[in-house]
Design a protein around this ligand. Structure first.
Ligand SMILES: Cc1ncc(COP(=O)(O)O)c(C=O)c1O
Length: 399
């Protein structure tokens, strides 16, 4: 079958064109075939009621039938009824079902909870959507308890204050909403993600038309088993956020996303940021720690990076290892790259991964290249803490 690439006359002269090259008043006109560009696409400039409308792209590698479908699709933009729109959302939700299930969502816009994933949407005019004016946090759900909920709520309130978002509820109010959302989800094992946003308003840069801030929360069930094996990390070439933004857990995670992608492109699990003085900072969604040759637990200071709830808890739990003489000391200070790379052990720490040993950083093998005893002991301590820890780290959910 002929490919577009092999067509010798302009595409507007081909038999399938009349369908779209119709000059009725409400049909866009294909006005100009701009030819193939450098990337192998054929560009068209379209006009609608005399106004430039859109540029359509057709790949040169598809055949005429596909091309027709693609062009026709560019024109078929139906106006959907409310029920059709909702139906489309449901179908889309079904199509992209993955390992995670979204069990419940709270929205302060609606003042309630939905358990239908297709309805878990937020308004387009929310300042968080179009300007990134929102903050978020995540807490783990373990055996029907939310782990370190107070610590995570306190952190989102700190982030909100940095982002000048006046929350719709206070600490206790947010906590109650979150517990109710977990209860409605019936989830006993998973994670709770929540956002505070400047709220819906208009599409301006200023939030002055955002009448009320918003709280959204989602409960996610994830069947992926906890990974314990060691990983490789690289040094990030994506610039680190300045301290004011790195210490705020805002939705502006583009550097974090790019840093994670850079790692994956290089066969690594995460990229490690260095701060403006060249000291070790953090990963894109985790903190880091080391065990030195002197058997000290060494963690970078938190003044330029996110103060991780898991890392803070690890510092407390590690005191048990000092008492048991498995560690000599716990130190929080600036850590030089040379020091980190020559450590006996390196680990990543965060609520998503808990503790993940690092076996290689760039070309440097860490320690003996195997998962180290301190990282493994700390992981067990965190898991025990999640299951049997004290009241101040385990908030029960009534189902
Ligand atoms: C940039 C960054 N650093 C560190 C962490 C670890 O924080 P936590 O232990 O509270 O999950 C996160 C968590 O998402 C993060 O995004």
């Amino acid at each position: 079958m002929a490919t577009l690439f092999s067509l010798c006359k302009p595409i507007s002269g081909h038999p399938f064109m009349p369908k779209i090259n119709n000059s009725s008043h409400d049909t866009p006109l294909l006005t100009q075939n701009l030819g193939f560009n450098r990337n192998g696409y054929r560009d068209f400039r379209l006009k609608f009621e005399g106004q430039p409308f859109l540029r359509s792209r057709v790949s040169r590698c598809c055949d005429q039938a596909e091309t027709l479908a693609e062009i026709t699709n560019a024109f078929e933009v139906p106006i959907l009824s409310n029920s059709e729109f909702i139906e489309k959302l449901k179908v889309n939700c079904e199509e992209r079902k993955g390992k995670q299930s979204f069990l419940a969502m709270y929205s302060s816009i609606c003042g309630g909870i939905t358990t239908d994933p297709a309805m878990m949407v937020i308004p387009m005019d929310d300042h968080m959507v179009h300007r990134g004016h929102g903050v978020f946090d995540t807490a783990a759900i373990m055996d029907g308890y939310v782990y370190e909920l107070d610590q995570h709520v306190a952190r989102i309130l700190r982030s909100a204050s940095m982002a000048k978002i006046n929350p719709p509820f206070d600490h206790e109010g947010i906590k109650q909403v979150l517990i109710h959302t977990v209860s409605a989800s019936k989830c006993r094992q998973g994670s709770l993600r929540y956002w505070l946003s400047a709220g819906p308003g208009d599409f301006q840069l200023s939030p002055s038309s955002c009448h009320r801030s918003a709280l959204y929360a989602v409960v996610i069930q994830d069947s992926t088993p906890l990974a314990r094996n060691g990983v490789k990390v690289i040094t990030s070439t994506v610039p680190i956020k300045p301290p004011e933004f790195a210490t705020t857990k805002s939705v502006n995670y583009l550097p974090n996303v790019l840093s994670k992608m850079e790692a994956e492109e290089n066969g690594a699990f995460a990229s490690i940021w260095l701060d403006n003085e060249g000291y070790i900072a953090e990963g894109p969604n985790m903190n880091v720690a080391f065990v030195t040759k002197e058997n000290e637990l060494l963690m970078p200071a938190f003044d330029k990076i996110l103060s991780g709830c898991t890392a803070k808890r690890v510092l407390t739990l590690a005191e048990g290892l000092v008492r048991a003489r498995a560690l000599n000391e716990i130190i929080v200070r600036n850590v030089a790259v040379k020091e980190g790379k020559s450590a006996k052990e390196m680990m990543l720490i965060g609520s998503g991964i808990l503790i993940r040993p690092v076996l290689q950083w760039d070309e440097q093998v860490i320690g003996d290249g195997k998962e180290g005893p301190v990282a493994q002991a700390l992981l067990e301590l965190i898991l025990q803490d999640m299951k049997y820890g004290p009241e101040d780290v385990r908030v029960p959910v009534t189902y």
